[in-house]
Design a protein around this ligand. Structure first.
Ligand SMILES: [Zn+2]
Length: 390
């Protein structure tokens, strides 16, 4: 594989049945083995959890957000502490999102121009202009290992003219971001837009991959399209990206989304779901997704998942967790999020091992039906337990 001076990338294995692959990336803060899920630490913290949890689970990259960190605590704090690693006490890699997604999700409060996006700070009302150059400057100050270009993301259900205008602005901003990176040793990824229009994805990919980025992301998915549209677009668009650089599907997803996208050749993921759903009482398990708000768990002695090594499963019954959810005890968000991040880490590790050992198809066929299932269609007691009770 091609050696990028900023993010050396080696191919460890390629699956023969699918497009799945296993890479090793060398960042400024350690090696990263793909396929990889990156927990979201938007404000330089995991939701509900100490970063020590991510250390113990051997997560290799966290995702932080330029838009939010620019507003608070602001660049001067990162300058004072050196970088985000020293500030939040995390010595592995960090990827920073550029703020592009917030320009989409907060679009009603933002005025967009060729130059960049202008908005008011939610802390003190001052006006901030986020340009491609300002975003890169802030990401350099944060000191992330992988920076993202500022892009213009629109809903994946937007019409063709809107989607085209967004991808063309994204390309112009990509050139400006690349120039702004200069001689920094931090890696920089380009972002392909184009919604669910095949010809627009093709145009965007041709334009963005003509720039010598260290990796490429698929943006503008998981923002309104169906699961089938997302999978079809991912499969088509991933093929348009260079084989010798990492591919990142932004903001995706559920465990089944990750399995489907790895099968289609994607290497990197981030999503708020493991902790966001953990905070709502929803857990991912080796028997499918379960919702602890449901009354069926009121007297269930089993842990969330008997095959899970996490501290929550080692100690607590579903009945106890159900009670904490109903009583709205804040600690339950931590307990379930710990389990969910353990589940995601374990899933990514199983996928990598399967790709390396040539057994990805077996893993896919065994796990896809389970990851698709939830307790609204399954009995609350795992099948093995029911057999034992008979
Ligand atoms: Zn667990």
């Amino acid at each position: 594989m091609a050696i990028s001076s900023r993010l050396p990338c080696s191919l460890d294995a390629r699956d023969e049945w699918s497009r799945a692959r296993a890479l090793t990336l060398k960042t400024l803060h350690g090696s990263v083995e793909t396929p990889i899920f990156m927990p979201v630490a938007t404000q330089a913290a995991l939701r509900f959890l100490d970063l020590e949890c991510a250390h113990q689970l051997d997560y290799q990259v966290l995702l932080a957000n330029t838009y939010h960190l620019l507003i608070r605590p602001g660049p001067e704090i990162f300058q004072r502490y050196g970088d985000i690693h020293r500030f939040m006490k995390w010595d592995h890699a960090v990827l920073t999102d550029s703020g592009g997604f917030q320009l989409f999700s907060l679009s009603k409060q933002i005025s967009l121009s060729e130059d960049g996006a202008s908005f008011r700070s939610y802390t003190d009302g001052r006006r901030i202009l986020l340009t491609p150059e300002r975003s890169i400057e802030m990401q350099k100050t944060i000191g992330s290992d992988i920076m993202m270009v500022l892009d213009h993301c629109v809903s994946s259900t937007s019409d063709e003219a809107t989607t085209r205008a967004a991808l063309e602005l994204t390309t112009r901003w990509a050139h400006r971001s690349y120039t702004a990176r200069g001689d920094s040793q931090q890696a920089l990824f380009g972002i392909v837009q184009g919604g669910c229009f095949t010809h627009l994805r093709r145009e965007s990919a041709a334009q963005i991959t003509s720039i010598d980025f260290d990796g490429f992301a698929l943006g503008g998915l998981a923002v309104g399209e169906s699961k089938a549209e997302r999978e079809d677009t991912t499969e088509f668009a991933a093929e348009l990206l260079p084989a010798d650089k990492p591919r990142y599907l932004m903001g995706v997803g559920t465990p089944i989304d990750l399995l489907e996208a790895v099968r289609r050749g994607v290497d990197m993921f981030d999503c708020i779901l493991p902790t966001a759903l953990g905070g709502q009482g929803v857990a991912f398990t080796s028997h499918g997704k379960i919702d602890l708000r449901r009354g069926v768990y009121r007297i269930i002695d089993d842990p969330l998942d008997r095959s899970c090594p996490c501290s929550t499963c080692a100690r607590f019954s579903r009945a106890y967790l159900h009670h904490l959810v109903k009583a709205q005890e804040p600690i339950v968000s931590q307990l379930i999020s710990t389990h969910n991040l353990t589940f995601y880490r374990s899933l990514m590790r199983r996928m990598r091992v399967a790709i390396l050992s040539g057994t990805f198809r077996e893993l896919y066929e065994r796990e896809a039906p389970i990851l698709l299932s939830s307790d609204t269609e399954n009995p609350p007691v795992p099948p093995a337990r029911r057999r034992a009770l008979r």
